[in-house]
Ligand binder design. Structure first.
Ligand code: GLA
Length: 380
C-alpha cells in the first residue's frame, strides 16, 4: 500500500477509492501569450501533486493536505465563490465548476500531497484544480476528456478564485507527454507534441527556484492582461494574436505612447519566438533555441516588466557560466528561471548562480534539472 493510501486511512478512518497524480509545469517559451490567444510551449515536470479520494453520501467535502495542515470542510450545497476560506478555494472552485456545468458529483474526502515546490510559479494551483476534477469525476463516473478538464480547471481559477489566468498551465499539466514539449495554440486549443530530447543532444534543462517572494502577483497579472485587452480594442482585433510580426510597427504607432506599446511588442515578438522554437525542435536543432530563450527574458524584463532582481541575477549568472540561453518562466514577479545548458556545464552554472545569490545577499536558491515528464494520470 502506498504512503498516501496509508495516510488517507489514518486521516479519514477508511480506504481511498482512487488516486491521481498531476505534475507541475515549466514553460519553455511563450509567456503571457495564452490570454492573448497566442502560442506557448510548456513541459510537465517530474514533480507532481497526488490526491487520494473517496466518495461520501452526505454531500460534504473534507479536505486534508500535507502542505496546508489546516483541515477544511464544507458542503457542496450552496457552494458559491467567496463561501469557503482561502486555503480551500482551488478545490472548492473545481467542485463548484463541475456542479455549475451539470456534472453529477457528490461529497468527497480528499487528501493531497505534493512534491511541486509551492509558491514558485510551477503551477501547483493548476495541478490542484485538475486533480480535484479528476478525482470527483473519476469516482462519480463522469470523466471529461483531458482538454476539457483543463478548461474546467481554468474556469475554477477565473470564476471562483478570481485569478484571470489563461489556459497554458492547465493544458500543460493535463496534456504533456514524457520526452516531449507541448505546442499549444491558445486560440484553437490545437496541440502539437514536439521532440524535446535533451539527453540525445548532451543538454540539460536547469531550473532555478529563486525563492524570491512573489508579491502583488495577481494584481499585476490582471493589470498586464487588462493592457493587452485595451490594446486589442484600440487596434480593432479580438486578441493580440492577430498582430503578426510584419505589422507590429504600424500597430505600435496606433497605440498611445507609454507602457502599452511595450506590452504589445512583447506579446507579438514572443509569439514569433515560440514558432521559431518549434521549428528548431522539429529540425533537431535544440541547441539553437538558447538565444530565443534569452531574447524572451529580455522582452519580459524590459517590455512586459515582470522580472525581479533575483530572477535577473539567476539568468545573468547562468549565461556567464556558459548556458546557451536562460529566461524567467511562468507568470513572473519572482518564481523560477530555466537555463538550457550543456550537461557538463550543469555544475558550473549551478555554482555560478549560488555564488551570485550569495554575493547579492539573496537567500539560497533551489537548483535542479528537469526532464519533460508525463501529464496527469490515474495511479490506482
Ligand atoms: C501564469 C498563468 C498562465 C500564463 C502565465 C504567463 O502561469 O496562470 O495562464 O498566463 O502566467 O505565461
Amino acid at each position: 500500500m502506498s504512503d498516501l493510501a496509508a495516510q488517507f486511512r489514518e486521516a479519514f478512518g477508511r480506504s481511498a477509492e482512487g488516486m491521481w497524480a498531476v505534475p507541475g509545469r515549466i514553460n519553455l517559451i511563450g509567456e503571457h501569450t495564452d490570454y492573448n490567444d497566442g502560442f506557448a510551449l510548456p513541459i510537465a515536470l517530474p514533480h507532481s501533486l497526488t490526491v487520494a479520494a473517496a466518495r461520501r453520501g452526505d454531500g460534504r467535502v473534507r479536505l486534508r493536505s500535507h502542505q496546508f495542515p489546516e483541515p477544511h470542510e464544507f458542503s457542496l450545497d450552496g457552494l458559491v465563490p467567496g463561501s469557503v476560506p482561502e486555503g480551500a478555494g482551488y478545490q472548492a472552485g473545481a467542485l463548484w465548476v463541475l456542479l455549475e456545468e451539470g456534472h453529477e458529483i457528490g461529497g468527497l474526502d480528499l487528501l493531497v500531497d505534493s512534491t511541486i515546490p509551492a509558491g514558485s510559479g510551477l503551477s501547483t494551483s493548476a495541478a490542484l484544480c485538475c486533480a480535484t476534477i479528476l478525482a470527483a469525476t473519476g469516482l462519480y463516473g463522469d470523466e471529461p476528456a483531458p482538454a476539457q478538464v483543463a478548461r474546467l480547471a481554468q474556469r475554477a481559477e477565473n470564476d471562483f478564485v478570481g485569478m484571470p489566468c489563461g489556459i497554458m498551465d492547465q493544458s500543460a499539466v493535463m496534456l504533456a507527454e514524457e520526452g516531449r514539449a507541448l505546442f499549444l495554440d491558445c486560440r484553437s486549443l490545437a496541440t502539437g507534441s514536439e521532440p524535446f530530447d535533451l539527453a540525445a543532444q548532451g543538454l540539460s534543462l536547469l531550473v532555478v527556484d529563486t525563492k524570491a517572494p512573489r508579491r502583488l502577483v495577481e494584481g499585476a497579472y490582471a493589470e498586464r492582461r487588462g493592457s493587452c485587452e485595451e490594446a486589442g480594442r484600440v487596434l480593432g482585433v479580438a486578441a493580440l494574436r492577430e498582430i503578426a510580426g510584419p505589422s507590429l510597427q504600424e500597430a505600435l504607432e496606433r497605440l498611445p505612447e507609454g507602457p502599452i506599446r511595450a506590452r504589445v511588442r512583447h506579446v507579438v515578438t514572443e509569439n514569433d519566438r515560440v514558432l521559431q522554437t518549434v521549428e528548431l525542435l522539429r529540425a533537431g536543432r535544440l541547441r539553437e533555441v538558447g538565444p530565443l530563450l534569452t531574447a524572451s527574458h529580455v522582452s519580459l524584463r524590459d517590455d512586459y516588466e515582470v522580472s525581479v532582481a533575483e530572477v535577473d541575477t539567476a539568468v545573468e549568472a547562468s549565461l556567464s557560466a556558459g548556458a546557451l540561453g536562460a529566461r524567467i518562466t511562468g507568470g513572473g514577479f519572482g518564481g523560477c528561471v530555466i537555463a538550457l545548458v550543456d550537461s557538463d556545464r550543469v555544475e558550473a552554472c549551478t555554482e555560478a548562480v549560488r555564488a551570485a545569490f550569495a554575493e547579492r545577499g539573496f537567500g539560497a536558491p533551489e537548483v535542479f534539472t528537469a526532464l519533460p515528464s508525463a501529464g496527469a494520470r490515474r495511479l490506482h
